[in-house]
Every structure is written in C-alpha cells, then in structure tokens.
Ligand binder design. Sequence first.
Ligand SMILES: [Zn+2]
Length: 248
Amino acid sequence: MTQNLLSRDNLPGLHYQLRRSERAKKTRIVVSDGKIEVVAPPKVSEQRIKAFVHAQRDWIETALKRLKQRAQTLQPLAPAHYAEGVTVPYHGLQIPLTLKTTSARYPKVQLLPEHQFLVYLPQHATENQSGLIKLALENWMKQQTRRQAQDYIELHSQRHQLQPRSLRIKTQKSRWGSCGPYNDINLNWLLILAPPIIMEYVIIHELCHVRHKNHSQAFWQLVADHMPDYLQHRQWLKQHGASLMHGL
Ligand SMILES: [Zn+2]
C-alpha cells in the first residue's frame, strides 16, 4: 500500500522526506519529532510537490515551533535524583520518599497507608544510592503492576469470556499494551504511574482484542460495554503518555 522512502528533497533550510502512498488522495505534510514528511499520491510530480511544500512553509514552521515548545514543557514525573524527601510518581500521585537502613542485603520498598514510600537500604550501600533506590522502586512497581493487572483481568474477563492466555509485564518505550494472536497480553508497567483507572482502561482494551483483533466499531462497543466513559481515559493517556513513558 505504501512505498518506502523514494527521495529526499531539500528546499533551502527545509528538509523533508517524501513518501509515496497509493492510499493518499492528495499531497499532505506530516510534522512530528522535528521531522517533516510529505506524503504524496504516486503520480504527483516532484516539481509540484516542491511547490506545494514551499507554499506551506509558514504552516510548517509554526507546526515545528509548536512541537518544540511542547517537548520543552514536558514535565518529567520522576525526580532527577532519588533521595530522602523527594516525591515519587505512583497511581497519578506524587508520594514522598523516606529512607531507612537495614541489615538485610537487598533494598526493600514499602508503601505506607498514609501515602509515603519507605525504602530500606542495606547499610553498605553508599555508592550510587539514587540508582539503587530507583531500581528497588521499579522492581516493586512491576510486581504491583502484575498484581493490579490480574485483579482487573479477573474483574472484566468473565462478562464476555475474554480470557487471555498469559500476562507479561514489560518495559516498553512506545506502547501501553498489546494482545497477540494467541491472546497473550503484554502490559507496560509504567501504567502504574497513572491513575488506576488508566490501567483498567488499557486492560479492558487488550481483553477486548481477545474477541476482536482490530479497532472496528464492534471492538469499541465492547470496550464501552465494560467502561462507558473509556474515551476520557483514552484521551488522558494520549495527553500524558509521553510524561509517563519517561519512567522513573
Ligand atoms: Zn488496540
């Protein structure tokens, strides 16, 4: 349906990549990640494409500027350095961190009922404490993700017999979840940084792929049957996803 990159053209100061697409009805410009891609139907001449891009110059520059601004205002949720008193993202909250030492050989993480993280560090752990704390928190959160995801699966799988074959908790840089051809569900543990309803939405989404391996209307209807206000949570994820993907 789409051909790979055919040519690269340079107008002065304006670098864009040209992609020919059988599906494209007319030439359009896609700006993302500071890159400009021009998608054109197979038969439009390079000359016309060049003229089109040139005419859209102002629009392109505005779009690039807006993307750059958005990237700069992207707030990392996690602290740059883990130490006593910083706050750690979890369940859509920022939870203060307290440190204690332990004679045990490995760090241990506790989430106290009054919303406080308590991390026990081995006494000998003096080098790269921040890295050790971060790793301990990550491991703890992955375990929590599995537990909570299993609860949501239990809650939602009965109603329409949407049984996954397995659940894997993964670290992924670009996806929140997936459901394979044999109904193996992968879930990105970074979802645990978001409010719990967001993970519930992603679980429902993947469970519905057990029935429909597509995003058809029937698929979305099944999602809505489990979560009538799913659109708002899907929207939340689109809006905050990039911050979450930064991780701890
Ligand atoms: Zn999907």
